[in-house]
Design a binder for this molecule. Structure first.
Ligand code: UD1
Ligand code: MG
Length: 465
């Protein structure tokens, strides 16, 4: 953010009551996610950056669900719109919660790419030009679905015509309304009360503020957006995908500016709440999701997926690994094809190799689990070596049990730990052991093995051809 914004004189109204019919979804439209974050959360985080006097969010369709999702936020008031009779009707519901402000900034809950700096510019221009109504507009190549900006012979905004109400000539206009307005508080509700619903959708249209305001001598101004993507309104699933694409490009560009290398950027997914340290390299097809953090100097291998993971500095993750709510310590070496499940906590310099699964387990500094193992509900100390195919048998069909392994333990291949069980420091467990009872520190533990049969003169039968 280039500078701190502060608008103690501004009220913000976010319109989020619509069902979003065109999404064809059980989920209210504004809760659909764009890069891992609900559209409404994107918009709320953006408007919060203005530090306004208050934020009123109009909900209606599935309002309990929306309110529960957002949770408590500073300065936020919920306003209920019983029936969704249109955007002007939605703003009217806010009348009782707005007082003592200069202007009201109206924003839709379905524009997730909007930037706070743009809103800042809109309010500034509105105030500098001493306008009563200022609308944010954009020139787009495909105006489909948007309200068209109709200008008079002097270039002033004359009206905003919804697509369904346009004449064929108006339909061709490519300057459209973002649905975002800054309106002088003094005039807003007076104008809103005069809006009628004589239109194709029988709805109370907010854009009708313009002709009504003009008739009463109000000044209408507009601000043309440079980055058209910002005003993208998401009404259906294909626009949702377009919004993701637009935001993804922006986020990737921002990480590149911060010193992150991203290979084949169009193949990579980096969600909105992810953080990445300098000199990290994100390889093709990688997905960094949720609140994932990547430290400095890491390599995230191709097609690796990390969801809500914490990856410390200089970690090397080889391709096709899957990490979900796990912590990886500095300089660890993971994969390829490793699976770290929730509450796996790996210390520094740990090695986890191919086809190894770790769940709810702490693995101490420098320990190695390199091949085909399962470590679950366990504590493994420092500098251990867990041989290929070793498994903690943590589940008895009803309950989970714990395996505790000390420091510098050597575990031979194909060992089974029948939990609950513990192994002391410096112990050695021979290959193919089944550990069913406590192993004390030091010494060698070996399960009784079947005797090896050896027939030096045996001839393997030969297949008749
Ligand atoms: C709206 C604008 C259009 C603009 C476009 C920009 C109107 C009539 N049209 O069209 O000029 O170009 O946004 O994206 O304003 N909502 C309510 N209550 C309602 C109706 C809508 O809260 O009764 C909310 C919706 O949840 C949504 C927002 O208002 O977040 C906009 O409604 P939507 O149906 O998406 O309008 P558009 O057709 O996109
Ligand atoms: Mg919309």
């Amino acid at each position: 953010m280039p500078h701190t914004m502060n608008y103690p004189n501004l009220q913000i109204c976010v319109l989020a009551a619509g069902k979003g019919k065109r999404m064809r979804s059980q989920l209210p439209k504004v809760l659909h996610q764009v890069l891992g974050k609900a559209m409404l959360d994107h918009v709320l985080h953006t408007v919060e950056e203005l530090h306004p006097k208050g934020i009123a969010v109009v909900t209606g369709h599935a309002s309990e669900r929306v309110i529960e999702h957002v949770g408590p936020l500073k300065n936020l008031e919920w306003v209920h719109q019983d029936q969704q009779l249109g955007t002007a009707h939605a703003v009217k519901q806010c009348e009782s919660v707005i007082r003592d402000v200069q202007d009201v900034l109206i924003v839709c809950g379905d524009t997730p790419l909007l930037r706070s700096t743009t809103l800042d510019q809109l309010v500034k221009q509105h105030r500098q030009s001493n306008a009563d109504i200022t609308v944010l507009t954009a020139k787009v190549s495909n105006p489909k679905g948007y309200g068209r900006i109709v200008r008079d012979e002097h270039g002033g905004v004359k009206s905003i015509v919804e697509e369904r109400d346009t004449t064929p000539e108006q339909a061709l206009l490519n300057e459209v309304s973002s649905g975002i307005y800054c309106v002088r508080f003094e005039v807003l509700f007076n104008i809103l009360h005069q809006i009628e619903n004589h239109n194709a959708q029988s709805e109370y249209y907010l854009p009708d503020m313009v002709p009504i305001g003009l008739r009463q001598g109000a000044t209408v101004s507009s601000l043309l957006l440079g980055d058209v993507d910002e005003m993208m309104g998401v009404n259906d699933r294909s626009q949702l995908a377009l919004a993701e694409e637009g935001l993804q490009q922006r986020i990737i560009h921002e990480w590149q500016e911060q010193g992150v290398t991203i290979e084949q950027p169009h193949t990579v997914r980096i969600e909105a709440s992810v953080s990445i340290g300098v000199d990290s390299r994100i390889c093709a097809g990688a997905q960094l999701l949720g609140s994932t953090h990547i430290g400095d100097g890491c390599v995230i291998g191709a097609y690796t997926v990390i969801q809500n993971g914490w990856i410390d500095d200089e970690v090397n993750i080889l391709p096709f690994s899957h990490i979900d709510r796990a912590n990886v310590g500095a300089k660890a070496y993971i994969g390829p094809f490793a699976r770290l499940r929730p509450d796996a906590k790996l210390d520094e310099h740990v090695h986890i190799g191919n086809f190894v699964e770790v769940k709810n387990a702490v693995i101490g500094r420098g320990s190695k689990v390199n091949h085909l193992s399962y470590i679950g509900d366990s504590e493994v100390g420092q500098d251990c070596n867990i041989g290929a195919g070793s498994i903690t048998c943590n589940y008895d069909g009803a309950n989970k049990h714990k395996t505790v392994i000390g420091d510098r333990v050597f575990v031979g291949s194909s060992t089974k730990f029948i939990a609950p069980v513990s192994v002391g420091d410096d112990a050695t467990i021979g290959a193919d052991s089944v550990v069913t009872q406590t192993v004390n520190a030091g010494g060698l533990t070996l399960s009784k093995r079947g005797e090896m049969q050896y027939s030096p003169n045996w001839k393997r039968p030969v297949k008749d051809l």
